[in-house]
Design a protein around this ligand. Structure first.
Ligand SMILES: [Fe+2]
Ligand SMILES: [Fe+2]
Length: 198
């Protein structure tokens, strides 16, 4: 760990206003999850030299749209002319890729680095930025997470962001296969790209 104190990095956005908006959209469980992801994401960003502000903001808002209806997501996919193949998937995929559009429109977040981190937080990408990786990994290892493999995930996050991303993709795909669930193709592209970093 570096001695950089991420808690001293002041927020350059109206965090209280965002928290109020989040409270109207999210269950208590998911709201507190978002606060934990914000905190871990800022910590990872400080440790690995990423932008603490952006990593924190994207971590805070990453699940902002998660509790929207399927109908709302389908409408956004159509009105924004997003890839029609998205219509074949579900909330697990939509709340990131499509959710970023809702964050942009409802909360006025225009920073594409922040929006991309939200877009990529479930399926990853072959060209993830440091901010993307911080949010992706923070979502997986925040303190309340508890699943077989969590200790290993946290160890990889101490070692390097890239290895933690690779482990998470491997773990997530294995989990989906185990549960007989469909896998969004971009997840495989991410996996193929990152797995040699493990
Ligand atoms: Fe999510
Ligand atoms: Fe999350």
């Amino acid at each position: 760990m570096t001695d950089f104190n991420y808690e001293e990095v002041k927020h350059n956005f109206d965090r209280d206003a965002l928290l109020n908006s989040m409270k109207t959209q999210l269950s208590e469980f998911r709201y507190t999850h978002c606060l934990r992801v914000e905190r871990v994401s800022r910590g990872l960003a400080a440790e690995y030299g990423a932008d603490v502000q952006k990593a924190g903001l994207a971590g805070l808002l990453h699940d902002y749209a998660k509790e929207r209806s399927d109908d709302e997501f389908k409408q956004v996919i159509k009105s924004k002319n997003l890839d029609p193949d998205l219509l074949n998937y579900n909330n697990a995929i939509w709340h990131g890729i499509v959710g970023a559009e809702i964050v942009k429109d409802e909360l006025g977040i225009a920073d594409e680095d922040v929006l991309n981190a939200i877009r990529r937080h479930t399926v990853g990408s072959t060209n993830m930025t440091q901010v993307d990786k911080c949010v992706f990994v923070a979502d997986f290892i925040e303190p309340e997470r508890d699943f077989p493999g969590i200790d290993e995930a946290r160890e990889y996050a101490e070692k390097s962001l890239d290895s933690a991303v690779a482990f998470e993709l491997k773990h997530s795909i294995a989990h989906l296969i185990d549960k007989n669930r469909e896998i969004y193709p971009a997840t495989f592209e991410s996996y193929n790209y990152w797995i040699n970093k493990l």
